[in-house]
Ligand binder design. Structure first.
Ligand SMILES: *[C@@H]1O[C@H](CO)[C@@H](O)[C@H](O)[C@H]1NC(C)=O
Ligand SMILES: *[C@@H]1O[C@H](CO)[C@@H](O)[C@H](O)[C@H]1NC(C)=O
Ligand SMILES: *[C@@H]1O[C@H](CO)[C@@H](O)[C@H](O)[C@H]1NC(C)=O
Length: 444
């Protein structure tokens, strides 16, 4: 059965024209690595979702224009290059008029003046370079059969151009001789203010979501989002592929922790993290300490710390073998100088038995990190066993005959059941390769 899934996918690929994943690789060199996405976008035009699995070029795609917030600049809410931030919005209709789903785009992070300078010359650092029209798919789709629970809501996609998960705030605009703005938190606030004025203020139901770095931003801003709306509004949050694990790499180094340390320091994020966490761990300290001290105290930028203080109902959607995490947290290039993991990272079926066991340990570590969260009554969980990353923005993975299922439930159905209280959703898949409905990513 296990082999059936990849085969089915290759087949699907040919039939439907391919899909793309974009990863903003940080590593230590820091570069935008566009894997086969580049290939696909050459063929089909372009979209770009920061690690999102997305099908390109559907017939009948609704393309939604970018709205740039020219006034946000006055509040200093600007992208890395100083340009104004923006979002895409499609108005709700029918029974969805008073309901809002807000998606925060992902796309990795930058952690230094150098890496942020490179980034400001991309669409992840400047609204002048963003695509003006993007397709709305998956949880943003207006097609009822592809998105049964949210299709007629007001749907918003917030573009990511600060490089610090919408959470940084540093005064000044010249850093080491380079003009750069670290203003993610101000962008978050400016966008929220604008959306409130656009109708969010009268919402009766709302869902904050985001994938990858936007999934992390969802954890960070969930309670603040709740606080902006009145008490009788139903407010929940869905973090897609944002549960970045505080784990060591295969060489025993805390690569991710020191990377996050640099991100938090560079963007001035410490003061914007949940106060409960930061008080306990003094993370403005912890996040800024020397790396060996960091090894003793998990910084509050990791979701496993953040969720301890989130009181708003939260859904964690993450693959246990999140390919971005396998490629950058578990087996980053620096931990594997001889490239023994490169084939395994390209395609999970290439992993040898020892590597597979290491992946199973990673999965167990993720399950352990979610143990406390699972005690919460109002939480939702879909911990799949596929080799994917973001899953909410593509009909292929969100809700269709190709969507990975647990207990015969698509992700879209599981999230809807949780949001509307149609049932408890605590879906933990059996270990790879047990699930024949898996959608597994392959890299060429
Ligand atoms: C909605 O999605 C279904 C399933 O993918 C498709 O068959 C149908 O044509 C779509 N409808 C529209 C209006 O695009
Ligand atoms: C600025 O550059 C100096 C020398 O290259 C370096 O030591 C310092 O860490 C840099 N500061 C920042 C904020 O990047
Ligand atoms: C799974 O769900 C589909 C509908 O989504 C249904 O047609 C099918 O019978 C279900 N299969 C099982 C084994 O329950």
């Amino acid at each position: 059965m296990a082999a059936a899934a990849p085969h089915r996918l290759r087949h699907w690929w040919r039939r439907r024209g391919g899909e793309g994943g974009v990863f903003v690789a940080f590593g230590l060199g820091i570069l935008l690595l566009v894997f086969f996405f580049a290939l696909v976008s050459r063929i089909r035009g372009s979209i770009n979702d920061g690690g999102t699995v997305a099908l390109l070029g559907h017939a009948g795609d609704e393309l939604v224009p970018l709205r740039v917030l020219r006034n946000a600049g006055k509040k200093g809410a600007v992208c890395l290059d100083g340009s104004a931030p923006g979002y895409h919005i499609e108005t709700g209709f029918g029974t969805g008029l008073d309901s809002w789903v807000i998606h925060l785009e992902g796309g990795g992070w930058c952690n230094s003046v150098d890496s942020c300078s490179s980034r400001k010359m991309t669409l992840y650092g400047s609204s002048t370079l963003m695509d003006r029209l993007v397709p709305f798919r998956g949880i943003l789709s207006r097609n009822q059969s592809q998105n049964p629970d949210f299709y007629n809501w007001n749907r918003v996609k917030v573009r990511y151009c600060d490089g610090g998960s919408f959470s940084g705030n540093v005064e000044g605009e010249v850093h080491n001789g380079t003009k750069l703005f670290f203003r993610g938190q101000r962008i978050w606030e400016a966008i929220m203010d604008d959306l409130m004025a656009t109708g969010l203020a009268t919402a009766r139901q709302a869902l904050l979501t985001g994938c990858s770095a936007g999934g992390l931003a969802t954890f960070i801003h969930c309670d603040d989002f709740r606080a902006r709306l009145s008490g009788d509004v139903i407010v929940k949050c869905l973090a897609d592929a944002g549960f970045f694990l505080d784990a060591k790499d295969i060489s025993g180094t805390s690569t991710m922790r020191s990377f996050y340390h640099d991100v938090v320091q560079r963007h001035g994020i410490g003061k914007n993290l949940p106060k409960d966490c930061t008080r306990k761990k003094e993370p403005s300290q912890a996040c800024l300490q020397s790396p060996h001290k960091l090894n003793a105290i998990p910084p509050c930028f990791f979701p496993q710390e953040i969720i301890k203080s989130v009181t708003t109902p939260l859904f964690v959607l993450n693959p246990a073998y999140d390919f971005w995490q396998i490629q950058h947290i578990l087996a980053p290039a620096g931990s594997d100088p001889n490239g023994l993991w490169s084939n395994c990272k390209k395609d999970i079926v290439n992993c040898d038995p020892n590597q597979m066991e290491t992946l199973q340990e990673f999965r167990r570590a993720m399950i352990n990190a979610l143990e406390g969260f699972r005690q919460k009554k109002d939480g939702g969980l879909f911990l799949g066993s596929c080799y994917v990353h973001c899953q909410t923005l593509s009909d292929v993975t969100w809700h269709s005959f190709t969507s990975p299922r647990i207990g015969n439930k698509t992700i879209g159905r599981a999230v809807g059941d949780w949001y509307f209280g149609r049932g408890v959703v605590e879906a933990v898949d059996c270990p790879f390769p047990c699930n024949p409905t898996c959608y597994n990513m392959k890299f060429v």
